[in-house]
Design a protein around this ligand. Structure first.
Ligand code: ADP
Ligand code: MG
Length: 697
C-alpha cells in the first residue's frame, strides 16, 4: 500500500521496514501509530566515540579512526571463514583492518577510498609492526566530509524486535517525516533557550553527540512538564471561572467563640494556614486549597475552623473522610466542640444510609439546612444528597478520593462551594507542583507543642522475641500495641520467602506469648462493619493488642497505644511507614515504633535507617524519593495525570519550576489557547475528560 500523505496518526504497519508482523509486536508494547513510534524515546545511548589518530590506538579498546584505504586483500581461512584485510592510513601511521565473512565488501571497498571505521584494536598476527582492528562499523567519506561520531540509540524492546530493527525503522520515519510544526509560543522557546520541536524529535533518536542529545531531551521534557502544568492550571481556571464562588463574611462572633472553645492555642503554622484560608474564603473566587501536614500536625483543627467560618456566613459545610470510623471520630470531636456554640452537626455514613428511616431523616436535614456541618464518607456523594447552601467542602486524606469524586461533592449545591483538601501524605516539596498543580498549597510543618517524639528502632528477626517482650512490658504498664504485617493471609510464594502474614502472626501471638491478653485481628478483607467494631473495641481498650495490615494507616486516634511493631518493614514505602508510625504517640506518653527487618539490600537498610533518624514527614519523603527514584514515588502519588515519557521530576526539578512559570504566564492570557491551536488540542486530548467530569458530574 502506498501512501503519499504523511500523518503522525497513521498505522505503524505502513512504515517502511515494519509491516504487519512487526506491527503486531509493536502493538504489544503500546506502539500503534507513527506518533507512538516517534515518542518511543531511546532508553539510553551507545557510547559516543572519539576520533583517534592511528598512532595513538590502544590494544583492547574499541576506537574510531579515519584514513585512506590500501592493500585490500582477501583469503579463505582453514575453517572456511572469508577474511578481508586492508590497510588504513592517516598522515602518520597505518592500521590493519579486518572484516570477517562479508564477501560483498570486496565490491564496495576500493583502494584510495576515504573511510571512517569503528572497531576493536588488537595485535596483528601477520605484521608485528602494525596494530590491527576488527571492524564493527564503517562509513565511506567524501574527501571533505566530517565523520559522524554520533551515538546510537538504544530502545526499550522485546525479544522479537532487535535494536537494529528499531534504528532502521526510526531512520525511515525520520526520512519520511516532514518538518514538524512548532507547538510552543516563540517567546517561550526564546526565553528558555529551547531547541525547536522538529530538531529535538530528530536529535533525541539520532543525536550527533551527547550535548545535542541533552538539548533534545531538555526540550521534550520541557514540553511534557509545560503541558501538565497548563492542564492543571486549566482545571483550576475552569473550576474558578465558570461560576463565581462564595464570598464569605469577615470573622465575627461565632469564629471568636470557636477559637476560644479550642482547648489549645493554634501553632504559628496553623495560624498562617488559617489566614490563607480566610482570605481565600472571603474572596469571591472559589477556594481550591490543599493543606499538607504530618499526621497529628493539626490539619483537622484548622479545617474545623474553616467549617465554622462557612456556617457563620449562613452556609453549610461538609467534611468527607475516607473511612466510616474516621468520620465517626471527627463527628464526635466536632459535636463536642461545636454543638455548645449552637452549630448542628450531622453524620452521613454507609451505616446511616443503610437504615431507610435514618437515611431519609439525614437527607432531609441536609436538604433543609437543619444540619450546619455534615460529616461523612462516600455516602455523601450519593445521588439523594442535596444541600441547601453548601459553602465549603473539606476532604480528608485526598489520595483516597479521585479528583472526580471531589468534583461530585462540589456540584451538590447551586453555587460552587469553596474547597479544602487535607493530606498527610508527605509528598516532597519538589513534587507538590506536579501532583497538586491545580491546587494552592499550604503546609503545616511544626507539630503542636508537647508531643513526645516516637522512638524508632530497627531490629532483626533474631531479636523478635526480645521485641515482643518489650511489647509485653508496655501492655503490663496499661498501654496498648499495634503489630503490622504486609500480608493478610499466608501466600504460597511469600511463605517460601518466610514472610509472615497478619493471620499467622495473630495465631502465633494470641496463642503464644500473648495468650493472656485480649488480642484482635484487623485487615482489609473484613466487612466494613466488622472492621469498625474491632477498631472501636480497640479504641475502648477492650482489645490490648491489635494485629493488622496497613488498613490502620488512615487511622483512628487511640492515645493509649504506645508501641507499634512492623513485621518485614522493608516491604513498606517510607511514606506508609511514617503514616503507620503516626498511629502511636497520639497521647502524652513516650511512644515506640519497632521495625523488624532482615533486609540486606543496601538501599533497604538505608531507608530503614532514615526512619530511625528522621521524624519529619517531608524530609523523609525527599529521602525516599532520592533512594527509590521518582518513578515509583510518582506512580503512587499521581492520580490520573498523564505519564511522563521523558521528563524526570526529580532530575528536572529546575525545569519543572520554569515550566510552571511559563505555563502560568501562558494561561494567564485567555487568548493564547485560541492562538496556539495545536497546543490546545494536545491539552484537550490529555485533560479533556477531566474537564467533562468537573462540569457534568
Ligand atoms: P491532623 O488532622 O493533622 O492529623 P488533628 O487536627 O487531628 O491533626 O490534631 C491532632 C491532635 O492534636 C488532636 O488531638 C488535636 O486536638 C491536637 N491539636 C491540634 N492542634 C493543636 C495545637 N495547636 N496545640 C495542641 N494540640 C493540638
Ligand atoms: Mg487527620
Amino acid at each position: 500500500m502506498s501512501r503519499d500523505k504523511f500523518e503522525l496518526t497513521d498505522n505503524i504497519m505502513y512504515l517502511k521496514g515494519v509491516g504487519p508482523r512487526k506491527a503486531a509486536a509493536l502493538n504489544k508494547i503500546g506502539i500503534k501509530t507513527f506518533y507512538d513510534f516517534l515518542t518511543h524515546y531511546p532508553r539510553g545511548y551507545e557510547d559516543e566515540c572519539i576520533l583517534s589518530d592511528i598512532s595513538a590506538l590502544t590494544v583492547g579498546e574499541v576506537e574510531a579512526v579515519e584514513g585512506h584505504l590500501s592493500n585490500i586483500r582477501s583469503r579463505q581461512a582453514r575453517n572456511g571463514l572469508l577474511i578481508i584485510n586492508a590497510l588504513l592510513g592517516d598522515d602518520f601511521d597505518y592500521v590493519q583492518l579486518t572484516w570477517f565473512n562479508q564477501k560483498y565488501l570486496l565490491n564496495t571497498l576500493k583502494n584510495g577510498m576515504r573511510l571512517f571505521v569503528k572497531g576493536k584494536v588488537t595485535e596483528s598476527y601477520s605484521n608485528g609492526n602494525l596494530l590491527a582492528m576488527q571492524v564493527h562499523s564503517y562509513e565511506i567519506l567524501d574527501e571533505d566530509e566530517e565523520p559522524n561520531l554520533g551515538i546510537a540509540p538504544i530502545y526499550a524492546s522485546t525479544a522479537s524486535l532487535s535494536q537494529k530493527f528499531f534504528r532502521t525503522a526510526m531512520s525511515n520515519l525520520m526520512t519520511k517525516m516532514p518538518e514538524l510544526d512548532e507547538i510552543l509560543p516563540p517567546e517561550i522557546i526564546a526565553r528558555y533557550d529551547l531547541m525547536s520541536l522538529d530538531e529535538a524529535m530528530r536529535a533525541i533518536h539520532f543525536p550527533s553527540d551527547r550535548d545535542e542529545m541533552e538539548q533534545a531531551r531538555r526540550r521534550l521534557a520541557f514540553d511534557e512538564l509545560f503541558l501538565i502544568q497548563c492542564g492543571l492550571l486549566l482545571i483550576k481556571q475552569q473550576a474558578q471561572d465558570d461560576q463565581l464562588g462564595i464570598k464569605h463574611a469577615p470573622d465575627g462572633r461565632l469564629m471568636r467563640a470557636a477559637l476560644e472553645a479550642l482547648p489549645f492555642a493554634l501553632t504559628g503554622d496553623q495560624r498562617s494556614v488559617l489566614e490563607e484560608i480566610t482570605s481565600d474564603m472571603e474572596s469571591d473566587r472559589p477556594m481550591r486549597r490543599l493543606i499538607q501536614g504530618d499526621v497529628g500536625s493539626g490539619k483537622t483543627a484548622v479545617a474545623m475552623l474553616a467549617l465554622v467560618k462557612t456556617v457563620a456566613s449562613g452556609n453549610q459545610g461538609v467534611l468527607m473522610a475516607p473511612t466510616e470510623i474516621l468520620a465517626m471520630q471527627h463527628y464526635e470531636k466536632f459535636s463536642a466542640m461545636l454543638e455548645p456554640l449552637g452549630i448542628r452537626i450531622g453524620l452521613l455514613t454507609g451505616q446511616v444510609t443503610r437504615a431507610k428511616k435514618r437515611r431519609e431523616t439525614a437527607y432531609e436535614k441536609i436538604a433543609s439546612g437543619e444540619f450546619d456541618i455534615v460529616i461523612g464518607t462516600h455516602a455523601l456523594i450519593e445521588e439523594g444528597v442535596q444541600f441547601r447552601r453548601l459553602g465549603l467542602v473539606v476532604t480528608d486524606e485526598q489520595h483516597r478520593f479521585g479528583v472526580t469524586q471531589r468534583a461530585v461533592l462540589e456540584q451538590k449545591s447551586e453555587r460552587r462551594p469553596d474547597m479544602l483538601v487535607m493530606t498527610a501524605t508527605p509528598i516532597p516539596r519538589t513534587m507538590t507542583l506536579t501532583v497538586y498543580g491545580d491546587l494552592d498549597v499550604s503546609q503545616i510543618k511544626e507539630l503542636p507543642p508537647g508531643r513526645k517524639p516516637i522512638t524508632t528502632t530497627v531490629k532483626r528477626q533474631a531479636q523478635r522475641r526480645r521485641v515482643y517482650e518489650f511489647v509485653m512490658d508496655e501492655l503490663d504498664r496499661g498501654r496498648q500495641a499495634y503489630v503490622v504485617c504486609p500480608l493478610i493471609e499466608p501466600s504460597e510464594s511469600e511463605r517460601l520467602e518466610g514472610v509472615r502474614s497478619a493471620e499467622e502472626v495473630f495465631e502465633e501471638l494470641s496463642k503464644g506469648m500473648f495468650a493472656t491478653v485480649d488480642c484482635a485481628l484487623l485487615h482489609g478483607r473484613m466487612k466494613p462493619r466488622e472492621k469498625d467494631e474491632v477498631m472501636e473495641r480497640f479504641r475502648a481498650g477492650e482489645f490490648r493488642l491489635l494485629v493488622s495490615t496497613t488498613v490502620i494507616e488512615v487511622g483512628v486516634d487511640v492515645p493509649n497505644a504506645s508501641v507499634m511493631v512492623v513485621e518485614h518493614a522493608e516491604r513498606f514505602g517510607l511514606a506508609t511507614l511514617h503514616q503507620l508510625r503516626g498511629r502511636v504517640g497520639r497521647g502524652s506518653d513516650a511512644a515506640y515504633c519497632i521495625l523488624i527487618s532482615d533486609t540486606k539490600n543496601d538501599v533497604g537498610v538505608e531507608r530503614l535507617e532514615i526512619m530511625e533518624t528522621t521524624s519529619n514527614g517531608f524530609q523523609l519523603a525527599e529521602e525516599d524519593l532520592r533512594l527509590r527514584g521518582p518513578g515509583q514515588f510518582f506512580g503512587e502519588a499521581q492520580h490520573g495525570l498523564p505519564d511522563l515519557k521523558i521528563a524526570d521530576v526529580f532530575r528536572d526539578l529546575g525545569m519543572l519550576k520554569e515550566a510552571r512559570e511559563a505555563a502560568e504566564e501562558f494561561m494567564s492570557d485567555k487568548k493564547n489557547l485560541a492562538r496556539y491551536a495545536r497546543l490546545s488540542k494536545k491539552l484537550y486530548v490529555a485533560y479533556g475528560d477531566k474537564f467533562v467530569s468537573m462540569q457534568n458530574a
